[in-house]
Design a binder for this molecule. Sequence first.
Ligand code: 4AZ
Length: 249
Amino acid sequence: IYGGLKPTPGSLPWQVSVQVRPRNSNVSYGHTCGGVLIESCWVLTAGHCIQTNKDMQVVLGSQDLSAKEPDEQVLTVEEAIRHENYSEKPYAVYNDIALLRLKGQNGKCAKESQFVKTACLPDGPLPDGMECTISGWGVTENSSFGSNHLLEAKVLLINQEKCSQPQIYGRVLDNGMLCAGHLAGGVDSCQGDSGGPLSCEQNSAYMVYGLVSWGDQCGKKNKPGVYTRVANYVDWIRSKTRIKKCKCG
Ligand code: 4AZ
């Protein structure tokens, strides 16, 4: 996160660290992406976060990834489901969404607490210009390795036609994407934040309106972050998880 600050612990309880290691190895897991808890056994992340021949785990309720914190929960990923039409192009990533099914017992995986809660799925569009929150452990303006501590920043939802102007992203955006940020630059998501939430508040509940997906570098003028438009994929999410209206917020 560029231009970020440490959030109050527990204010983003759906934020997940997605971690990988080579399959069946004993090396320790390393943070690769963000993710979003949407149900006890389901995490939403970016499609480009799924790597073949890797074991995956998620850490919930964490602030500092370098410390073993009392409220964190570490869960194994049993299955990663990437969108069937995921495609990586030199200029954009399409259908950049995946689901992680967590390992649990009797349909229970994450335990709800002050620091671990699910986010709602969006049920419709939000207005251009609305202020939402991005968060993650990714690259910052001061560290190309990312941040051990979770960071958050406020960004604005940017009109799709505006973001499709030639001096911004031109004609590469589709309905599965949305832009958010500050056209002046400086405040943005970056590498390592991918898959994490663009969280927007509506009726005092938080929804995962976007997932960090791509952009032309980070924090640059006229190059806002591009996010997977989760509202476009709610039917896909429900078809894979068979979750109904989740309790959230
Ligand atoms: C990346 O490389 C990446 N500024 C993620 C987000 C953004 C740019 C790049 C948005 O994963």
